[in-house]
Ligand binder design. Structure first.
Ligand code: ZN
Length: 145
């Protein structure tokens, strides 16, 4: 990765971390889950509103490092308004990007593609995946029929 691209990615992550999108707890929600990343101390609670298998609204709150907050902000941006099936696909693509050498499709993953470099820092992978794991839990039991 070029230095310029690295700097751009860092800036995107800092912006999301300083001014997180969808921060707070939904007053009207169908479910919520709180996850802890003990290695870093990140605590993220994600609340969700699902209607007719569409994620009508999603929000997160908690305390965490720059990476966990930025990743949560990006995740909520990406999946809000999507169907549960689309959100599952996004989560799988994100996980693939973090755990394999496959390059992300920025058209699909948007700002989440800026986290591609995280796999070079294994200790931080859990920070980046925490909110996605919360999402997985929240949508795992939603029926697709
Ligand atoms: Zn962290």
């Amino acid at each position: 990765m070029t230095k310029n691209l690295q700097n751009l990615y860092r800036q995107v992550l800092l912006d999301h971390s300083k001014h997180p999108h969808h921060f707070g707890e939904l007053t009207e929600q169908t479910d919520s889950v709180q996850l802890l990343n003990p290695t870093c101390g990140d605590v993220i609670k994600v609340s969700i509103m699902i209607e007719n298998e569409v994620i009508e609204d999603i929000a997160f709150e908690g305390t965490g490092c720059t990476i966990s907050k930025a990743s949560s902000s990006i995740m909520t941006d990406l999946v809000k308004g999507r169907t549960v099936a689309e959100a599952k696909e996004l989560s799988q693509s994100f996980s693939k990007m973090i755990t394999t050498d496959e390059l992300p499709d920025p058209a699909l993953l948007g700002d989440a593609a800026t986290l591609v470099g995280i796999k070079e820092f294994p200790a931080r992978i859990k920070c980046a995946t925490l909110s996605w794991k919360a999402l997985d839990k929240l949508i795992a039991e939603v029926n697709n029929d």
